[in-house]
Unconditional design. Structure first.
Lengths: 450, 404
């Protein structure tokens, strides 16, 4: 209701992609895409996936991948093209991606949300299914086997919103590895990109997570206390603690933000089995399906190659914080939209004093408020995302989006429970879970990224 | 997707900014004090702003058919940034200067929007260059437009108007007034029509001018109509009483004017927030950090929160105007923009006064004036409460009988 859908246009790329579709049936995930009617964007993802896959196979025979033809240079994404006119609508392609994510959220995530919240983990089958969405393909440059040509933070924000509309906890689990992917694409060395990125393009879900937040009040993400000290053998020793890390129980790879004296915070890539890394599950009020936990570093030792970007790296913590804030803003928008979509029919059906409770202004106005604030939040998120994909700094815009999404999101969460009264307080209805999840928005830093 | 101000509108926004800074600000306090004095400095502005007005009128008039000659955009079926977006961006800047003065710029009346939206070509030719005010409210009919009692009786080749209109912005200064009147009070909303009454028509008189809390540079008049006769051609829209769509016709004007009022609110709030930031910054209470964290000072985090609210209001306003430019029905979005911007502007201007202490409260600064001016923006063109009713009814699928 509150979203403007792009006006109908003839679907050029669908026509283009339909031809090769027959060739794609053997490509992993195609059956899945059929089942979830992911015709549009999945078609393109698969088309590109198959194309680059075949190319990779050919070049591999020649003993030379496209990436290595970059003479050892890492592959980066160019900014998206400038747009002269104000236009709040997604492109045709973005609309198709958004709509298929919505179907996945409705048909797969929402029905699984209750049990995943109870179990404090995401079912393996759902994570594997999500791999078929091709989200990593959208983020990884063509030179590395993905299908990204330019930055696409708007698409990422739309995807994030829709998945969170299904369930914020499951969406966190599904999207957490992409934060690591984005960091590798933006700041990794060629070796790091080639070592880590291909796995994310495969058929199997690769659990990985970005660890930035630390367990203390008034945490400032620009000044983490976890640190890394150079060891005698040229490697690094990490100390400190990280909290609310998604996929703590399963991640095989962690990207950890730690301060290096004299250089500022850097990202270190840690395998799960790194000596000196202790992992402790720590379920929280919400985001329980994401299986959150603490990482403790007691002189955890990693090699020199674990430093993202290497000695000459240009890691930008501000950019990481900003992009995470946009992603969490999009999460809030999605979950708030779920609240609104739930309370409207409920309040229209629920009778009191001989008429629907929604006939009362005190009820109806809370709902009107939700719609106004959601639309405002969405526009703030989209503005930050679209500025970001054109390569500009979004420190201010991302901060504004976070502030608005944290405060209005929580208000919508609490009003959602209020509108159901006692029924909102019990687990028969999902509003109490949305209430718990929405409290995360003002707390989390890092962990996700558009 | 692009939510920045479009490049092609930068010159006109810049022009509005120059007017706000160099024409409005220097005389802002003068006409706040000298209520009811005509700001003659604005006469020279009228010509300058005609260009903007024309753009706005054209877009209003054609807002449902994309025919403003933007051939390239049409050919590509691309998005349009037309008169509605130009209008709101320009208005934000003007009201950053002074929203009372912006309301009294010749030929920029709300009635002009009505003529543009529903006028015949002949009416547009006659009144296109005039300054047209809008007269809706009556002593016993405020938000309830359907309760209007001013009557219009047909007598041969003329309409005869009788009744009293209050709170008519620019009612004294305008060249003509669009008057809402009923053809038959027993038929409710469907019988409400609007009529163009040129100034000086016998039987129409300005009964009084209000003394107000804010926007004192703009005149607010009570108009009385006693057997006021106008030619039968002066009805806006059809004289038929069509219960299905008549009222919708007069209400349609609001789809274009509400984003404009929302833009006024954004402009006033922007002014207050900018000034509060200067004053607090000079007092050494703000950092230069663009990312704000939980550990920020009270002043810093409060300004940041208000900034986020304003940004939401600004984008909602731009989107509602953009929809009008692109022929997308925008009643819901226009009300959302108006509701959000109205309440946010009131909150921001009041909070800015408070954060700046006695400097904010005293007349040495314009902050106290903006805090008075902003109140009307949450009232006229539909109060906050009316907007909420409109939005809630739409969302919940309710009639005005069910959700009252």
């Amino acid at each position: 209701m509150a979203e403007v859908t792009a006006r109908k246009k003839s679907s050029t790329f669908e026509r283009v992609a339909r031809g090769p579709l027959r060739l794609l049936t053997q490509f992993g995930g195609a059956d899945f895409a059929e089942r979830w009617r992911l015709r549009g964007p999945a078609t393109k993802v698969l088309y590109h996936g198959a194309k680059t896959g075949m190319r990779a196979a050919t070049t591999a025979v020649n003993g030379m991948t496209k990436a290595s033809r970059l003479f050892g240079q890492p592959a980066r994404l160019a900014p998206a093209p400038e747009s002269a006119l104000f236009d709040p609508t997604p492109t045709e392609e973005q609309t198709l991606i958004r709509d298929s994510m919505r179907r996945f959220a409705d048909e797969v995530l929402r029905p699984a949300a209750y049990a995943a919240d109870e179990a404090t983990r995401s079912p393996r089958e759902i994570l594997e299914q999500s791999q078929g969405l091709g989200l990593a393909q959208l983020a990884i440059p063509e030179a590395l086997g993905g299908m990204a040509e330019v930055r696409s933070h708007v698409a990422a924000a739309l995807i994030t919103e829709q998945l969170a509309r299904g369930d914020m906890g499951l969406a966190t689990a599904i999207l957490a590895p992409l934060a690591v992917v984005h960091a590798l694409v933006d700041w990794g060395t060629a070796e790091q990109q080639q070592q880590h990125l291909p796995a994310f393009l495969g058929d199997t879900f690769v659990p990985a997570a970005m660890a930035l937040i630390e367990p203390r009040p008034l945490f400032d993400p620009m000044h983490p206390r976890a640190g890394a000290v150079r060891t005698d053998d040229g490697g690094w020793s990490l100390h400190g603690e990280k909290s609310l890390v998604p996929l703590a129980q399963s991640a095989t790879l962690f990207a950890v933000v730690a301060d290096v004296r004299g250089r500022g915070p850097q990202i270190f890539l840690l395998e799960r089995k790194t000596p000196g890394l202790e992992i402790e599950l720590e379920p929280a009020m919400g985001l329980r399906a994401a299986g959150t936990g603490r990482l403790k570093f007691n002189g955890a030792r990693v090699s020199a190659g674990a430093l993202l970007g290497g000695e000459e790296g240009r890691f930008d913590l501000g950019a990481l914080v900003d992009r995470a804030r946009v992603a969490w803003g999009a999460m809030a928008v999605g979950t708030c939209q779920a609240v609104l979509d739930y309370v409207i029919p409920y309040c229209n059906e629920r009778q009191a004093f001989g008429e629907p409770v929604s006939n009362r202004q005190s009820v109806a106005f809370l709902i009107a408020d939700m719609a106004i604030e959601i639309e405002g939040m969405r526009l703030l998120v989209h503005r930050a995302a679209s500025l970001c994909e054109r390569g500009g700094s979004i420190a201010r815009e991302a901060s504004l989006a976070r502030t608005q999404c944290a405060s209005k999101g929580m208000k919508i969460g609490t009003d959602g429970v209020q509108l159901l009264g006692g029924h909102g307080f019990v687990k028969e209805h999902p509003v109490e879970r949305w209430y718990r999840d929405l409290r995360a928005i003002g707390i989390v830093e890092g962990a996700l990224s558009v | 997707m692009n939510l920045e101000n479009p490049k092609k509108l930068r010159p006109i926004v810049e022009q509005a900014r120059l007017v706000a800074e160099n024409v409005f600000r220097p005389i802002s306090r003068k006409y706040d004090n000298a209520e009811h004095a005509y700001p003659k400095e604005l006469d020279m502005l009228a010509a300058l702003l005609d260009g903007m007005n024309e753009g706005g009128a054209r877009a209003s008039a054609n807002h449902l058919n994309r025919d403003d000659g933007d051939a390239d955009a049409q050919a590509q079926k691309a998005t349009r940034n037309g008169g509605n977006l130009t209008g709101v961006l320009g208005m934000m800047e003007l009201c950053w200067g002074d929203c009372g003065l912006a309301l009294t710029i010749p030929r920029q009346g709300l009635g002009n929007a009505a003529v543009s939206a529903v006028g015949t070509p002949e009416q547009k030719a006659r009144f296109g260059k005039a300054w047209v005010a809008m007269a809706i409210t009556e002593p016993s009919a405020g938000s309830d437009s359907a309760a209007i009692r001013t009557s219009a009786q047909r007598d041969g080749e003329e309409w005869v108007l009788n009744g009293e209109k209050i709170f008519v912005t620019a009612g004294e200064r305008a060249d003509a007034v669009v008057v809402w009147a009923t053809l038959d009070p027993s038929l409710g909303r469907a019988a409400i029509k609007s009529f163009l009454v040129p100034k000086g028509t016998p039987g129409m008189k300005v009964a009084r001018l209000e003394k107000k809390l804010g926007i004192r540079a703009s005149d607010t008049a009570t108009l009385v109509f006693e057997d006021c006769r106008i030619p039968k051609e002066n009805i806006l829209g059809s004289p038929e009483i069509d219960t299905a769509k008549s009222f919708a016709g007069v209400m349609k004007t609001f789809d274009n004017t509400r984003p404009i009022v929302a833009a006024m609110a954004v402009g006033v709030a922007r002014a207050a927030l900018d000034r509060a930031r200067e004053i607090l910054g000079r007092a050494g209470l703000l950092t230069r950090e663009s990312r704000v964290f939980t550990a920020a000072s009270v002043a810093e985090s409060e300004l940041h929160r208000l900034e986020a609210e304003l940004e939401a209001a600004r984008l909602l306003t731009m989107k509602a105007a953009w929809m009008a430019d692109n022929g997308i029905p925008n009643s819901l979005e226009a009300s959302m923009a108006k509701a959000k911007a109205g309440r946010v502007a009131n909150e921001i201007t009041l909070r800015a006064v408070e954060l700046c202490g006695t400097s904010g409260y005293a007349e040495g600064e314009l902050l106290e004036k903006w805090a008075r001016d902003s109140k009307i923006l949450d009232i006229f063109e539909g109060t906050q409460q009316i907007q909420m009713l409109i939005i809630a009814r739409r969302l919940l699928g309710k009639s005005s009988a069910e959700l009252r």
